[in-house]
Design a protein around this ligand. Sequence first.
Ligand SMILES: [Zn+2]
Ligand SMILES: [Zn+2]
Length: 331
Amino acid sequence: MDELYLEKPGRLKLRESARIDQLGDSEALIKTIYGGICGSDIKVYGGHLPYANYPCRPGHEILGLIVEAGPKSPFKSGTRVISFPNTYCGICEFCQQEKTNICPEKKIFGVTVNGLFGQEIVVDSEFLVPVPSELNSEKAILTEPFAVIVHALKKATITKGTSVAVVGCGTEGFLTIALLEYLGAEITAIDINQDKMNKAKSFYTSIGTLHPENVKNQKFDLVVEAAGTKAAIEMAFTLIKPGGTMITLGLTGDEVSFPSLNVTRSELSILGSIIYTKQDFKEAFEILKNPSFNIAPVLSEIIPFAQYKKAFADASTGNYTKIVLDFRDSR
Ligand SMILES: [Zn+2]
Ligand SMILES: [Zn+2]
């Protein structure tokens, strides 16, 4: 069995996995089907996440089949699961309130500890979520990045006609657009990449698009920042209506300045949002199952695992949305 291994930024290799001798009581051995390359994987690959550790096995968005489970695992062999992208302690004040996403003890797969991009991997059952049988694997692999948006958009009130600017149209941006459309919001997508704007327009006909150069005085009830660059975040602040809200999803290690006077005088609400909880997964599954929920533009390509170099290179261009590795193919 093979796995990916990131020696240091930019140096990604395929290598044979270490033998798995015995599973812990609550652990499960998973045969990986798909692995989605996340924006954070690309940041770790490029050396742009200050809290990343090297060397490490990258990846966290995986879908696979359990092939063996320890005696205390609630799962049977044959169960299709997706993984959480991180562990959490389960005992701190945040975990006790089911806010496992902000547990200070959390360890992030493929960032601070070894990740999940291998053909066979071991994960503690606590961090696995079974996938409903109605969801095909191509939709199911999008559950994890979509749960990020389910979690984030619950922070604001969105009804029919709420005006929303989505800054940055990568995978999370497109998933945001998909959910906003489903909720009936009035959407304006903002990105420097014209091809992505065109793609957004072709899949969501009622959407407006805006190039950052054409941002003048437009204001929105809600701004969703999903680009994670200093320039995009600073622009996003200028788009919020008085009394409006910004939800920040983007990750950047750069210092960003913000218009504190305007935040106070215009009563702006700035809300950070990071990943999700198990409840968000449940809601994500329900929406993904609905045939009227349109996520067609989100999955860009599925690439055999052996072509991981192409997959990471494509994902690094920023010209794609979700790129998925097929772990069933080996070298
Ligand atoms: Zn992810
Ligand atoms: Zn905790």
